[in-house]
Design a protein around this ligand. Sequence first.
Ligand SMILES: *[C@@H]1O[C@H](CO)[C@@H](O)[C@H](O)[C@H]1NC(C)=O
Length: 445
Amino acid sequence: MLTRRLIQWLPAFILLISGVMAMDHSNQIILAPTSVANNENADATDTAVVADQSQESTSNNVYISGDLLCNDDDCYPLLFEPSSEWQIVKPEQRLPAGLDIRVNLETGLKEAKLGEGNMVTNNNNKEKEDTNNAAEMIEETSNMVKKDESAVNNNYEFSEQFVAIRGFLNKGQYPEAAGQLEDIMEFAHDYKQGYKIATREFDLLQSVALNESIPINVRELDTRVIVACIRNNPPVVEYIEQNYPNFVRDIFNNINEVKKVTDDVQLLVKRFINILTVLIDSDPTYIVGVVDFETLRRVFYTIDDKQLKMRILEIVSAFIDRVHHEDIAPVMKRDGILFVIPQIQDWVKEFSRYVKDADIEEDHLRKFFNTLYNLKTDFGKDIKVDTPFLNWLINQVEERKAHLANGEEPRDPEQDEFDRKLINSRHLVFGNEMADSIKNFHDEL
Ligand SMILES: *[C@@H]1O[C@H](CO)[C@@H](O)[C@H](O)[C@H]1NC(C)=O
């Protein structure tokens, strides 16, 4: 049974990975076989074998052609070309440093524009000039980093603080180390400063986050600095993906080591999940093993925290949607997902529970609904949604029909498109379940 699934899963997996391979993350190792070899779970070992074989593959759906990124439909520049207006960032596009980035909450799309040019407050004249000239800045950013890395004393705004942190940690002066980390925090949120901190100090940041001999409150502060650096900062995410490809794996292992879930451990695990959400959303192929989903499931059902649960659902959703969008037969998608998430029905239950949460934001609602839609499309009758979900869907159909008909201008095309998709899904995708539940209802009478 397992072998049959594995064989069917293999092509799906190759497709899944090759998109990333094409992006020149050539040193990215999805699942380090050594870390899995220690694990007793046989399924995980099988997955690692698959990961190794698939690294040879070159097929994909977004590929680089010269300076362009291409998919089946069209090509666009590999390097995002910023202007003073907000523009949509297309899939896998590289972003120069120093841009303002936002996620448009109505469309769910990432957008970027030139920064205001006042982010830098140090006395490095060269950088000031660069911010005046966007085109040069794009060229210079990578050079700048290289130069700084090779500089003899490696000085920059925060070098003294990090020297101090290292000293405090070596001497076991943890409250002092914590104080310094807290001071760093506000700068880590800044797009440019965050990039500097991450590219110079990630060795320290990751080793503190993962070191079980260091007090949890210090590790928790440290993971908050990491979260601040990576959030809304694609160049930092890319830097970590390229230079610390095992970081996601190490976080999963670290979570698995947790024996006793005290309050402070809960907080640390929450921060870990925040990091995973950002990194896996950027690259779903990070997460591939049965063990990963089992870890997420355990955290989901152990720690009662709604925000945390939403984030875990985002991670699972990123993976499912990635598989769904592969160009393979639905039955292979189904078997591929079942191979790593045998408990898929549990996740269906949670997605359908949280999608109808009264406080849910529209972008979460769309994400979770789309995941249920994708799962139902690939699994058909093999997964079930419950009657409360179907009732919610009926209400949503009415609300969204009214919204489509309200004649207000200007229209948000993405909103309208989603509304139509939801309305049509009632019969096209969830139709059978509707009929079944009505039938059950009559049977019960
Ligand atoms: C973990 O932290 C302790 C205490 O600061 C230190 O002695 C040890 O070398 C660290 N271990 C690693 C792997 O960094």
